[in-house]
Design a binder for this molecule. Structure first.
Ligand code: ATP
Length: 297
């Protein structure tokens, strides 16, 4: 079963992160929202209307950037964005205004009139975003929008995503880039084998799961059995020459002192103290035990 008893709520004006491993069922939900797949049971309600009863309505109420790169052929980014805006019913002037605004925002204006078959993967991906954003529906669905996009334009993209919410549009972002999404999404769900394993406000989920803890991360120059776990540390792990050690926030000074001693003893190279991230919790929650030390008590 691709999705099993999934129940989600996305409010107007929020950015919602849909996270989960490969094959977790994320794209299946997207296809159900668009009426491309029909759920065996249950309902999908947007603005009070059950779109499972009228599959065209899903495509009217939602705009989508699909997971696959948009195959433009000989068409240019400006042409396809215009066509999409016109298909969704906005005036020619408004289409041109929005197209210019989005291309400038994402810094892709230099490719606006270049044929699609001569464009890079990242520019094709950003063009797919512009097609979804030029005349957004009540829900904008972005399936892995940051793939192939360079780090600078990723920041422009996340900020353009936030802008979409200003008039109450809801944005559903499917992504594996949890580290980036952490600061960009308001609410989230994690799917695991088609089931919801956690859902809600990102900060609340983080504070409930991570509590008052931090982690020490370091480049280990010795194997795990050469380290003696300090009494204040919750767990110590070395994997792929990376050491992680979780501890209570008020013990940060102890942790720094311990790291400096290990470095002086030749066991560690560079080290840093960081917050426990949403990505750390994600890895624990989906059961990849061992990838992060001590995130779950
Ligand atoms: N057309 C299909 N027929 C049969 N099974 C399918 C079909 N499409 C997807 N599946 C299966 O449904 C499950 C969910 O797939 P889905 O594409 O929704 O996952 P996903 O979370 O989007 O994965 P990814 O992150 O890899 O894109 C997987 O086990 C997949 O193999």
């Amino acid at each position: 079963m691709a999705n099993d008893d999934v129940s989600l709520r996305v409010d107007a004006g929020e950015v919602f992160g849909l996270f989960g491993h490969n094959g977790a069922g994320k794209t299946t939900i997207v296809n159900q929202l668009l009426g491309l797949l029909k759920p065996d049971s249950g309902s999908i309600v947007i603005d009070g209307k059950d779109i499972t009863k009228n599959r065209n309505l899903g495509r009217y109420l939602c705009s989508v950037q699909p997971q696959s790169k948009t195959p433009l052929g000989e068409l240019t980014p400006r042409a396809v964005t215009r066509v999409m805006g016109q298909m969704r019913g906005i005036s020619a002037d408004e289409v041109d205004r929005r197209t210019t605004e989005l291309f400038e925002r994402l810094d892709i204006m230099q490719w606006a009139d270049v044929q699609g078959n001569k464009l890079s993967g990242g520019v094709l991906r950003l063009t797919g975003f512009c097609m979804a954003a030029v005349a957004p529906g009540r829900v904008v669905i972005l399936d892995e929008p940051t793939n192939d996009v360079d780090p600078v334009r990723r920041r422009f993209l996340w900020s353009a995503i936030r802008d979409l919410t200003k008039d109450g549009t809801a944005v559903v972002v499917v992504t594996h880039s949890i580290r980036e999404a952490e600061s960009a999404v308001d609410t989230m769900v994690i799917l695991n084998e088609g089931k919801v394993i956690t859902q809600g406000d990102v900060h609340q989920i983080k504070s409930e799961t991570a509590g008052n803890r931090m982690k020490l991360e370091a480049v280990a120059t010795a194997p795990e059995d050469r380290f003696v776990k300090p009494a204040w540390g919750e767990s110590l792990k070395v994997a792929d020459a990376k050491l992680t050690l979780a501890f209570e926030r008020e013990l940060a000074a102890e942790a720094l002192k311990w790291a400096a001693e290990q470095r002086d003893g030749g066991l560690l190279a560079e080290y840093s103290l960081t917050e426990i991230t949403l990505e750390d919790m994600y890895i624990e929650l989906v059961g990849n035990k061992g990838a992060v030390a001590g995130v779950n008590r």
